[in-house]
Design a binder for this molecule. Structure first.
Ligand SMILES: C[S@@+](CC[C@H](N)C(=O)[O-])C[C@H]1O[C@@H](n2cnc3c(N)ncnc32)[C@H](O)[C@@H]1O
Length: 456
């Protein structure tokens, strides 16, 4: 704990994040726990490519340690958090900075009864064990540890971090840009990526969402214990699993009968027909999350089954709508002028006719659904596919009841990307006009608007 009257700084090491969404994630988690995070960090520009570079670490100031622990209890972008004892652009500045760090704040760790381990980590460069030893020796005179070294289960674990990530012509610089030293507080939630790995999951489809991204979306969605979370394009339910893990109650809908009722062929190569237990309910059960399952419905997002009757049902909607690349964009409907709906014989299943569902309508329906059914302050998190040459902020669908919070690009290939969009529902008092979703650009109009460009 930080001593009374002294303000500790905390170093957060970040995982590779091509979406550059780590700050959005940390801010969202802070908001979920009811505190504000002020990260003033300029984007780093790569000297070689001129593009925004990935930030590998950040320092948090003016924050209580318990709040750092809360952030780390959720973050998938943060790898580890440390109480920062010192930093500098070279070793003498680092040592000076460690010396200046109040002794009372360090004293307990130096006690004879406290075992310790010092680990050396290079960012952007491998540190040989010889160099690691050399570095530890260099710190000896400023770190008067009295306890025993214990590399397996130490009472205190310390890290020396050297940042070589600013590469020049593909090579790490000779000297690090920054050297940091701190006491490990805890790790983030990267281990969940393995725990919920798609490789080990029985029920998957060819568009099952990557686990890291599913956790990130859950955090951006502000999901917490007892949140009610809906995915209207639920597929195999990958987005609902982290939501359930963090205490949300989950519900979803999908138009695909086979997915909802565990029929048809499994997406796993050579696995044959889907088995009865290839359902979202079973998946949650296997993860010990059965209590978080509300239901999944066979239904059409264009005419959804949740008649909210003006009630705001959901705390978050997190979803990955179909773009027409690996799954069809379809809705219930007919091209015939006067389609006849057959009388249903009891016990027989009727598969309604389906027709094209243009992306423009997919997104308008989604935003209108979110505006209707989210509680005030609730969040919509979804992916928007974009042909990169077409992109401008104008292509992002808007709704006067939904405020755009974040927009991060994930590049898929040289011509296409998808954007992770986070919107927050405003209170009705803030809006006077009749609220309807608007897409001011024409890039999503017409059938297969994204697919045709993607394959052209
Ligand atoms: C990109 S996938 C979602 C995958 C899902 N996130 C997962 O992890 O498995 C889109 C899903 O939307 C469903 N879908 C397509 N059109 C729909 C509609 N009109 N209403 C509801 N679901 C629809 C598809 O069947 C598909 O399962």
């Amino acid at each position: 704990q930080c001593l009374d009257g002294f303000k500790c700084k905390y170093l957060i090491l970040l995982a590779q994040d091509k979406l550059l969404a780590h700050i959005s994630e940390l801010e969202s988690v802070a908001q979920t726990f009811g505190f504000k995070l002020n990260i003033k960090q300029k984007a780093k520009i790569s000297p070689t490519t001129g593009k925004t570079d990935f930030t590998k670490w950040i320092i948090l100031q003016e924050i209580a340690e318990e709040n750092v622990l809360k952030l780390m209890s959720r973050s998938v972008c943060a790898m580890s958090a440390f109480e920062l004892w010192g930093s500098g652009s070279d070793f003498s500045l680092l040592k000076q900075s460690i010396l200046e760090y109040p002794l009372e704040q360090k004293r307990d760790c130096f006690k004879e009864t406290q075992s310790f381990a010092i680990r050396v980590k290079g960012i952007g460069k491998k540190m040989s064990s010889e160099i690691q030893r050399e570095r530890i020796d260099l710190l000896e005179d400023v770190l008067p540890f009295q306890g025993k070294v214990d590399l397996v289960n130490p009472s205190g674990e310390f890290y020396l971090v050297e940042d070589y990530s600013n590469r020049v012509q593909g090579q790490p610089p000779k000297e690090p840009d920054a050297i940091l030293f701190g006491r490990l507080l805890c790790n983030g939630q990267r281990s969940l990526i393995e725990r919920y790995s798609l490789k080990k999951r029985k029920f998957i489809g060819n568009t099952s969402m990557d686990v890291m991204l599913s956790i990130l979306m859950t955090n951006l969605g502000g999901i917490n214990k007892n949140s009610v979370v809906c995915d209207p394009f639920v597929g195999t339910g990958s987005l609902l699993i982290p939501a359930a893990h963090f205490g949300g109650y989950v519900i979803g809908g999908d138009i695909n009968y086979n997915i909802i009722h565990a029929r048809g062929r499994s997406s796993r190569k050579g696995a044959g027909w889907r088995q009865k237990d290839e359902t979202i309910r079973h998946t949650l059960m296997e993860y010990g999350l059965r209590s978080q399952y509300l239901d999944v419905l066979l239904c059409d997002a264009a005419c959804h089954a949740w008649n909210t009757n003006g009630k705001e049902l959901f705390d978050a909607i997190i979803t990955d709508p179909p773009y027409g690349i690996r799954e069809a964009c379809q809705k219930v409907g007919s091209k015939k002028q006067n389609p006849v709906v057959p009388e249903l014989e009891p016990g027989l299943t009727h598969f309604p006719e389906q027709t094209e569902y243009h992306l423009e309508d997919v997104f308008k329906d989604l935003l209108n659904f979110a505006a209707q059914s989210l509680v005030a302050g609730g969040r919509l998190v979804y992916w928007l596919p974009v042909y990169r040459a077409d992109y401008s902020p104008k292509v992002i669908p808007t709704h006067s009841l939904l405020k755009l919070m974040y927009n991060h690009e994930q590049i898929l290939n040289s011509h296409s990307s998808r954007r992770l969009i986070v919107m927050e529902k405003l209170t009705k008092e803030n809006v006077t006009e009749t609220a309807q979703a608007v897409i001011s650009s024409s890039v999503f109009s017409g059938h297969n608007s994204f697919r045709d460009k993607y394959f052209s």
